[in-house]
Design a protein around this ligand. Structure first.
Ligand SMILES: Nc1nc2c(ncn2[C@@H]2O[C@H](COP(=O)(O)OP(=O)(O)O)[C@@H](O)[C@H]2O)c(=O)[nH]1
Ligand SMILES: [Mg+2]
Length: 197
């Protein structure tokens, strides 16, 4: 897939549903600061489409982008930012629940984890939730420019073991070097039924 057009559609806050004309939706989940916004910008070849923040916990809305006329990319609010208040964490949970439970067009989740760190408790919970809800998922191990290839392979093994996913469902990537970008775009084609796995 080549992303020719990517436009911001809207942000959801509370109990809004997003039908999006019935186009398939691919959501991006992961800890604050894992690289969700950077990945969106990298895939879409647009520097500032999704805001990239070096301050964790800033993206607290569900942000929706329309990609070509093919699908919607949904940037979910990051989890696990320790410094937010209890109330804010509850808001996060409600927002996720209301998006995820109301989204009949959600067909896949890209679950991002930082390749430099073992998955944490909230990554494990997120993945368990995805599996319990039977949502097809690809784990994207971000920031692979920060580790050697040998270290990346070791991390992928740990990710598979801790999250209970298969190696072919993990794609290492870097928004800096664009490593893994083609694989992710191909995965999107497969998800949308435009290519063979
Ligand atoms: N080295 C490196 N840094 C990255 C990569 N992706 C994101 N970052 C940095 O990590 C920080 C958080 O990125 P952001 O996309 O805002 O994360 P988000 O909170 O998940 O949306 C920023 O300082 C980015 O520049 C990557 O692939 N490689
Ligand atoms: Mg972000």
């Amino acid at each position: 897939m080549q992303i020719k057009r990517a436009v911001f559609v809207s942000s959801l806050t509370g109990n809004q549903k997003f039908a999006g004309e019935g186009l398939p939706q691919i959501a991006i989940a992961g800890k604050s600061n894992v690289g969700k916004s950077s990945l969106i910008n990298c895939l879409c070849n647009q520097g500032k489409l999704a805001r990239v923040s070096s301050e964790p916990g800033k993206t607290r809305l569900v942000n929706i982008f329309r990609i070509n006329d093919d699908f919607h990319l949904v940037d979910l609010p990051g989890y696990g930012y320790a410094k937010v208040s209890h109330g804010m964490q509850e808001d996060w949970g409600r927002m996720m629940d209301s998006y995820l439970s109301g989204s009949e067009h959600l067909c896949h989740i890209f679950h991002l984890v930082d390749i430099r760190h073992d998955p944490g408790q909230n990554d494990i919970q997120m993945q368990a939730w995805i599996q319990a809800n039977d949502i097809p998922c690809t784990v994207i191990a971000t920031k692979c420019d920060k580790v050697s290839r040998a270290q990346a392979n070791r991390s992928i093994a740990v990710i598979c073991r801790t999250l209970g996913v298969q190696p072919w469902d993990v794609i290492p990537c870097s928004s800096e070097t664009k490593e893994g970008k083609d694989k992710i775009l191909h995965r999107i084609d497969v998800i949308l039924g435009k290519a063979e796995a």
